[in-house]
Ligand binder design. Structure first.
Ligand code: HEM
Length: 123
C-alpha cells in the first residue's frame, strides 16, 4: 500500500527511487540514520503531517525549501508510506512505524518550521 501512496503524493519531488533532486528536493535514501536517532520516528511522522520549511543539510547538500503538509492522509496511510520509504529506499531494518505512533503526533498542530527544529542532529 505504501508504494502507491508514494507515487501519488511524494514522487513528483523526491523522484521514483527516492534520490531527490540535489539542491531542490532532498533524497530519502539516508533516512535509516534519521529513524534510528532519538526523536527520529516522531520527526518523520511530523514531516508528513505538518510539512517542513527552513534550511536543512542532507548528505552534504543544503536545502532551503518548503514541503507541503499531508494531513489528509489517514494514520495508517502515513505509517504505510513511511514504512515503504524506510524499507525500500533507506534499506532500514528499524521497527515499522505504527498507526498509533502517527496518531500521537497528529494532536499537535506544529508549524513546518517547528518540525524542522525537532529534527535529530544527523548529517
Ligand atoms: C523534505 C518525505 C512529499 C519537498 C522531506 C523529508 C522527508 C520527506 C522525510 C525530510 C528529510 C530529512 O530530514 O532528512 C516526504 C514524503 C512525501 C513528500 C513522505 C509524500 C507524502 C514532498 C513533495 C514535495 C516535497 C510533494 C514538493 C512539493 C520537500 C522539500 C524538503 C522535503 C523541499 C526539504 C524542506 C526544507 O528544505 O526544509 N520530505 N516528502 N516533499 N520535502 Fe518531502
Amino acid at each position: 500500500p505504501g508504494a502507491k501512496l508514494y507515487s501519488a503524493n511524494c514522487q513528483s519531488c523526491h523522484q521514483a527511487t527516492g534520490q531527490g533532486i540535489p539542491g531542490a528536493f532532498p533524497p530519502l535514501t539516508h533516512l535509516d540514520k534519521v529513524v534510528q536517532a532519538k526523536g527520529g520516528r516522531e520527526y518523520l511522522i511530523r514531516v508528513v503531517l505538518y510539512g517542513l520549511q527552513g534550511s536543512l543539510t542532507v548528505e552534504g547538500k543544503t536545502y532551503n525549501g518548503v514541503m507541503p503538509p499531508f494531513r489528509q492522509l489517514k494514520d495508517q496511510e502515513v505509517a504505510d508510506l513511511l514504512n515503504h520509504i524506510l524499507t525500500t529506499f533507506a534499506k532500514s531494518k528499524a521497527k515499522p512505524i505504527s498507526a498509533e505512533e502517527v496518531k500521537a503526533q497528529r494532536a499537535r498542530a506544529l508549524s513546518p518550521q517547528e518540525v524542522l527544529k525537532s529534527r535529530p542532529p544527523v548529517k
